[in-house]
Structure formats: structure tokens, C-alpha cells
Design a protein. Sequence first.
Length: 200
Amino acid sequence: METQAKKIKNQQGFTLVELLIVLAVIAVLAVLLLSAIPSFLDKQHATQDLKVANEIVGAVGKFQNDCGTEPTIIGGLYQSTYATASYTENGSDCTAQGLWHGPYLNSGAGTIATDGTYIEGAFGSSDQIKINIAQPTVNGASGVTQQDYVSFSGFNQSTAQYMSQKVNGNPNFGQAGSQFYATCSNKNNCTGYLVFNNYN
């Protein structure tokens, strides 16, 4: 018993300097991890928005196949009440003619606004995913005319670059010829446009 007590007494613990070094290393690792989380989450949200935008492009094509026109608001992909003359590109009433066979878009794509004009995207309430059946005004989109696009917002410039790399030149993404463009009012406030071929 006495020998064991002597052994314990002779054992040395960590010095204060060693403990401080360990704490400093843990703090540096924590800072690195915490700084990487927002970028990781932005990429996850961007991937989700691009997935939804791609689904919308396909849904617009299905709507057009059934109705012979495109919806002017996203609500037409969800509910027949938004497929009337007021909400179609050529003014035809898809609902009255019995041509609407939707929903064309899964309700899990996002929460739809009560007026049917947008769904909430992955970046939160500021991220409104809309369809625009018109010519987009987009920086860097010279030569893009008479095409439709899906827009979404609420992300930063580095996320915009990530989205562009994911879409542009990727034959496995979306409709052939789909292109992604972004405009940024500042480095933390960008709007993206997934431009796709007009179905008409």
C-alpha cells in the first residue's frame, strides 16, 4: 500500500503550459470548423435550390405539353386555380378546357405563397423561387433572348460561383442548354437565374 502511494506521489501531471497548448489547439480547430459550417450550409442550400429549379423546368414542360402554353406564375404547377387565362402565357384557360392534369410539381419542393407567385427556397423567407416566362435581364447573358428562367435569391457571391460551376457545361444537369447566371447587389446578396429553352 505504501509503495502504491509513493508511485502516485511521484507521478507528474500535465504542466500549465501543456494544458494551455492543448486548449489553444482545440480553440484553433473549433474556429476552423465553425468558419467552414456556413460555407457548407450555403452549398447544401444552393444544391437544394438548384434541384428545385430543375424540377420546375421539367414541370413547366409538362404543363406546356398538356395546356399548349406556359404558366406565368409557379402556382400553375401546383393548382388548377392558377392555370386560368390570367396566369398563362397565351391567355388560354387551361382549367376551363380540362387540360390541366397536375400537380406538375411535388408539394415538397417548397412552401407556396398564398398568391401562387413563388415558393420559399432553401435560403429562407428572403429566397423566393419564381418562374418568369419572359426575356431575362441578366448581367453576362448577352444573346439570351426569348427564353424562360427560374429565379431564386438570398445567397452570396461564392455560392453563386458554386452554382454556376454545378450547372454551366454540365450535360447531366437539367434541360439541354440550361445556363445559370447571377446578379449581385453586393457580395452577400445575389439573385440567381436558371435560364432554360423556351418550350414554345
